[in-house]
Design a protein around this ligand. Structure first.
Ligand code: AMP
Length: 217
């Protein structure tokens, strides 16, 4: 199965489209954000180490994330199923570490997909996001508000919450960090002839169809 990297600013839909692709084609979804959030939630030593950095919207160290990815890509199931890396690499040193790691384990990257979305829309997607802590439903104050502001439609009386790194100041920081540290990766993959650009503005079903056509799958 082909191996993919999903690139793009936070809020561009990498996680959502990645889940759709993996569900349809069986690739293994490797999201460094999800791995790190699970460590945070478990209260592990690693989780405590990265908490402050993640909550402020900064990046955790290249060495630490590279180690997590190495551990996951080194497992046997990857070669047959193919991987989809979501949120990694995020810096040029991480991309170089990935190239070295893939060479070491005998895998290769087939495509790096860049999801492009306008800054203002990204801001609204993230800063407007609200979650129901009881049922996991996701709302957006700009695009999909609940019937009663601040409360879940399905769970009466349950107040919606904002992910810590979705507060407006952190969102601005995450977007700036993307421009500074992650956008240079576009050139890294373009030079290798692996880059495919997809407009991430439309609703997810539409973007997924464009993605499938772009990947020829
Ligand atoms: P995400 O869900 O991909 O937006 O990731 C959430 C947070 O986890 C980021 O804001 C970073 O603090 C951290 N993180 C995730 N992936 C990486 C990475 N490849 N390098 C450094 N930090 C990361």
């Amino acid at each position: 199965m082909p191996n993919y990297v999903f690139l793009g600013p936070p809020g561009a839909g990498k996680g959502t489209l990645g889940a759709m692709l993996c569900e349809t084609y069986g690739n293994i979804h490797v999201s460094t954000g999800d791995i790190l959030r699970a460590e945070l939630a478990s209260g592990s030593a690693l989780g405590r180490e990265v908490a402050e950095c993640m909550e402020g919207g900064g990046l955790v160290s290249d060495e630490l994330v590279a180690k997590l990815v190495r551990k996951r890509l080194g497992r046997e199931d990857i070669a047959a199923a193919g991987f989809l890396l979501d949120g990694f690499p995020r810096t040029v040193p991480q991309a170089e570490a990935l190239d070295a790691l893939l060479a070491e384990v005998g895998l290769s990257l087939d495509r790096a997909v860049l999801f492009e979305v306008d800054q203002e829309l990204l801001f609204k997607r993230m800063a407007g996001r609200r979650l129901c802590p009881a049922c996991g439903a996701i709302y957006n104050t700009f695009f999909m508000p609940p019937r009663q502001a601040g409360f879940c439609d399905a769970c009466p009386g349950t107040a919606l919450v904002t992910r810590k790194d979705d507060n407006p100041e952190t969102v601005r920081n995450r977007l700036a960090v993307y421009q500074e540290q992650t956008a240079p990766l576009i050139g890294h993959y373009a030079k290798k002839g692996l880059l495919t650009r997809v407009d991430g503005t439309p609703p997810k079903e539409e973007t997924f169809a464009v993605l499938q056509a772009a990947l020829g799958i």
